[in-house]
Design a protein around this ligand. Structure first.
Ligand code: SF4
Length: 961
């Protein structure tokens, strides 16, 4: 971003004072790039942001009254954005006259975002001033889903829910209580709360999001996410659009660009010419689901050309195990290992990969060589996209990590580290022991390797009578809209024998909250506390999301006991909600629950939010010393700056850390494998005569060969493999106009179903047409704007066509986020984005939805609501998708085999039809692909596998009582 010279007209206008002379500002005079960010340049950049000593009294001109020059005085308080998982830093500018938040800017003290945000960060201001937001606790009147509500007090809400939970716990119905979360936030908080209740009650959205990729990474090295060091890389390979909208979007995007500015080359594998692909040196438009074939071809080239890192492969992969298991005829030598890999992958020629993927063989060869040459400085990332979309999608991450292993770029500077090396884990006060319950509604026997809860199958499990949900919380979670098969969710949620009490914790209305019993308003990003830490780069940091008006009040000497005192209406924050609820479940402490939410500083009394975070911050490496230098408590330091850098660039090669003498006392070394064990558990491995920590796998190395896969009945996948997807070209009936629909791509401006309350964002993006290449459009005679009927396994939706060369021929795509709806009887919410629909059900699982009104201007306290110019709110596609659980990772595989046709005469834009009986049949069909537990030793799951909210080890064994 270089300095842009003022035009002739600008020059004149500035000189005669018609417009302010912006060009005299120092930061705009800089003619060198601002993107390289040396320490010195960062210091320069900070200069252009109000310095912290002025944050309580910052004066600047009010842009709204320009060209008049009116000064405004602000108090500036840091917090973090909640509009995606990155948790970038924000600073709230609070008007000192009105005590109102006027805008959000970046926080330069945040180590990941470094003062910058995407469009969604500043749009937090829209969300907090949303005129449709929910301000008071509500209880349903009439039947669930009828749309009638009455206001109740928080006391009534809390006491009702607490009593119901208490009763369930006392009757040993622990597995009927669940907290189902979409976007989590607070690191460690629910791990503190739910085990305190003794329940295995966590359910997440992860199996519709990232568990495919997580599984692939986990098999290799026991960590389930990558942390690429883009800024230091020489070559970057992205599966899908990470630069514009993928995981850790803004922090990654700025570092990818930094890497490029420093000479790195970028390749992107994506059937769509995304913004990321357009910025890449190599766009590899692969046919969906064939990515693993391309990567195995690249692996073969690296092996054949000798571009692999011999020392790394020899020390840090379990090659001896591989040879012994799969090539007993060969002598166990390293050269035989290389030879065996070359033989194993010999069919993956660039030409075969081209045949599968459509990516030119020449490009595959060129990229493979570049990756090999980058060596330890090869960074890559796969998150949702291919890993989340294909039967066997987990194999994409596994094959991608194979390239990391071959180049020895695992955990190196400019390479890709395990996430846990760049992530902080808090110590919480009075932690509970792991629960002694295993909830089979979340982790059923059919999916013993599922990387997270099988949450999207819940309606089907309930339909089969596997159990019920008596107390069911949804939080930042909207399965009726976001999940596949939303009508099955709607049917289940309306049935009180399946969901006894549904409590929606939400700041704003959504399609799932319409089917709740209690709707409890929760604070937005700047109205709640959270701790954040993510693996955005080579380093470890924490950030503090805080209610900015509460912090401003604290600085101004006003006492605030609870966050709701400063929030609008009666909006609570979630941390205080869970603390209060936990206390009320066990008011006298007799159930052993209350003690977990007692103050660590005032025995027997209820913990406060400051105490909870002060306890954590006191235990952050380096923070007490830094805070002390400023004469602040750890809490006050975090409240002041909003973030803290724990480790800067010291996070590499942690597998080589030496085991301490104390750790080695009582340990034994396996003479054959070098694995070091203590009390029956692997704690490290001998490498070149040194006792190193290694990786958390059975071999403590990268497992090229997985005995776990063999033991759990998947021997065909014992090594990295290409698995043909459920939407592979071979299974599509082209004569019947079958195509693959890519329904997963995110827009950089929206957030799943959470951005309908942000007017600026919806103004930018409000339609989701079908992307179609001109060759495909010609085949059907479609022009841009024509209606198209997309038939799925269980129904159809009618959308419009967008003819574009940005789509790979033979593949169509439809973006996520758009097509929000409400019925006529539902409360107003998100009116910037929501269509009004009519839903009909024939009583036998056949559902129809028709849009009866699009988006229109409306009267409200926000003048912009009268200025809405867009009418089209798009089409809800996910509700027409059947569930497709991968039998191994448990991931819902999003890509759809669809049939394209022209709509009939009476069919309209936005029409939707779904048959939930068919949906249940598809669920059963996919269930037959599973290979259920028990595994070795009668286990439900391999003991070394991670599990969210891991229960006591005793629960891993299946008992027959
Ligand atoms: S990338 Fe954008 S939406 Fe995500 S946390 Fe950062 S500013 Fe917010």
């Amino acid at each position: 971003m270089g300095y842009k010279k003022p035009s002739f007209i600008e020059n004149i206008a500035e000189k005669i004072g018609l417009i302010p002379n912006l060009h005299k500002e120092a930061y705009q005079e800089a003619d060198k790039s601002m993107m390289q960010f040396s320490e010195k340049e960062l210091a320069e950049m900070y200069k252009n942001f109000p310095p912290p000593e002025k944050w309580d009294n910052w004066v600047e001109y009010d842009p709204k009254v320009w060209p008049k020059k009116e000064k405004k005085t602000y108090q500036i308080v840091p917090t973090t954005c909640f509009n995606c998982e990155s948790a970038c830093g924000l600073t709230a500018f609070i008007d000192k006259e009105t005590n109102e938040v006027k805008k959000f800017e970046g926080n330069p003290y945040h180590p990941a975002s470094r003062g910058r945000n995407c469009a969604k960060g500043p749009a937090t201001i829209n969300q907090i001033h949303d005129t449709d937001r929910i301000l008071y606790p509500l209880k349903r009147k009439g039947k669930r889903g009828d749309g009638e509500w009455e206001r109740i007090s928080w006391d009534e809400a809390l006491d009702t829910v607490a009593a119901r939970i208490r009763k369930a716990l006392k009757e040993d119905r622990h597995n009927e209580i669940a907290y189902h979360v979409g976007r989590p936030g607070h690191e460690g908080f629910m791990e503190w709360v739910l085990p305190a209740w003794g329940i295995d009650g966590h359910n997440s959205h992860t199996n519709v999001c990232s568990s495919g990729a997580r599984f692939g990474y986990n098999l290799w090295y026991g960590y389930d996410r990558p942390s690429p060091d883009h800024a230091e890389a020489k070559f970057i390979l992205l599966i899908s659009a990470h630069l514009e909208s993928g995981h850790y979007f803004n922090p990654h995007a700025q570092r990818i660009i930094e890497g490029k500015m420093n000479g790195a080359k970028l390749a992107t594998m994506d059937p769509r010419l995304s913004n990321t692909a357009s910025m890449s040196d190599y766009w590899m438009p692969s046919y969906p689901g064939t990515e693993a074939a391309v990567m195995l071809a690249m692996a073969l080239i690296i092996l054949q050309k000798g571009l692999y890192n011999r020392a790394y492969l020899e020390n840090w992969t379990n090659w001896q195990e591989f040879l012994k298991a799969l090539h007993p005829e060969k002598e166990v030598t390293f050269d035989n290992y290389i030879q065996a890999m070359i033989e194993t992958y010999s069919e993956f020629t660039p030409e075969y990969a081209e045949h599968e993927s459509g990516v030119k063989a020449e490009m595959i060869k060129e990229v493979a060589v570049k990756i090999g040459e980058a060596g330890e400085r090869f960074a890559s990332h796969n998150w949702r996209s291919a890993g989340a979309s294909n039967l066997g999608g987990w194999a994409v991450a596994r094959c991608l990590h194979f390239l990391q292993v071959l180049t020895g770029s695992v955990g190196t500077k400019g390479g890709t580290s395990p996430n846990a090396w760049n992530k902080f884990h808090p110590e919480v006060p009075h932690p509970a022991k792991p629960q002694k319950k295993w909830n089979e509604l979340h982790f059923p026997k059919e999916y013993p390797l599922a990387f997270f809860e099988m949450s999207f199958l819940l309606p089907h499990f309930l339909k089969e009578g596997r159990g019920k949900m008596d107390v069911y919380f949804t939080r930042v979670f909207n399965p009726v809209w976001t999940y596949p098969d939303g009508f099955s969710w709607m049917e289940a949620l309306m049935d009180e024998s399946k969901f006894g009490c549904h409590i929606a914790l939400t700041p704003t209305w959504n399609e799932t909250a319409f089917f709740a019993d209690l709707v409890l308003p929760m604070g937005l990003a700047s109205e709640r506390h959270d701790l954040n830490s993510y693996e955005t780069h080579g380093g470890t940091w924490i950030a503090f999301r805080q209610p900015v008006l509460r912090e401003a009040a604290r600085r101004n000497g006003k006492k605030v006991k609870y966050t709701y005192e400063v929030n609008p209406g009666e909006v609570w924050e979630e941390d205080e909600f869970w603390m209060e609820l936990t206390w009320r479940i066990d008011p006298d402490g007799s159930m052993g629950i209350r003690k977990h939410v007692e103050s660590p500083y005032r025995p027997g009394e209820k913990i406060t939010i400051e105490e909870y975070y002060q306890y954590i911050f006191e235990r952050v490496k380096g923070l007490p010393e830094v805070a002390k230098k400023e004469g602040l408590t750890e809490f006050a330091y975090m409240a002041k700056y909003g973030a803290f850098d724990i480790e800067k660039g010291e996070s590499y090669k942690k597998n080589e850390h030496l085991l301490s003498k104390e750790a080695l006392v009582g340990s034994e070394v396996d003479k054959v494998t070098g694995v070091i064990r203590k009390n029956g558990k692997e704690i490290g491995v001998m490498i070149e005569g040194k006792a190193m920590v290694g990786f958390p796998t059975p071999s403590r190395k990268n497992e090229f060969y997985s005995q776990t896969m063999v033991d759990w009945n998947w021997p065909e996948y014992s090594i990295p493999t290409y698995i043909k997807s459920h939407i592979h070209n071979e299974v599509l009936n082209k004569a019947n106009n079958e195509y693959v629909l890519v329904p997963t791509f995110r827009l950089p401006t929206l957030i799943h179903s959470r951005s309908g309350n942000a007017k600026w964002l919806v103004e930018i993006s409000n339609r989701n047409p079908i992307w179609m290449h001109p060759l495909d459009a010609d085949k059907f005679g479609f022009k841009t704007g024509d209606l198209v009927k997309i038939n799925t396994d269980i129904g159809y939706f009618i959308d419009k066509v967008w003819v574009t060369q940005s789509m790979k021929p033979g593949v169509i795509a439809c973006s996520h986020h758009i097509g929000r709806w409400k019925r006529e009887q539902d409360e107003n919410g998100n009116r910037w984005a929501v269509n009004t629909v009519k839903i009909e059900n024939n009583g036998d699982g056949q559902w129809k939805m028709r849009t009866i009104a699009g988006i229109k201007p409306y009267e409200s306290g926000d003048k912009d609501s009268k200025r809405i110019f867009w009418k089209d709110g798009g089409v809800h596609q996910n509700i027409t998708h059947a569930v497709h659980p991968d039998p191994i990772s448990g991931m819902h595989t999003w890509h759809q085999r669809i049939r394209i046709e022209k709509p009939g005469k009476d069919e309209q834009y936005g029409d939707i039809f779904v048959d939930t009986n068919k949906a249940h049949e598809v669920y059963k069909e996919w269930l037959t692909m599973t290979r259920p537990a028990p595994g070795p030793g009668g286990l439900r799951r391999p003991l070394w596998f991670k599990r969210a909210f891991r229960p006591d080890e005793s629960t891993f064994k299946i008992t027959t009582d």
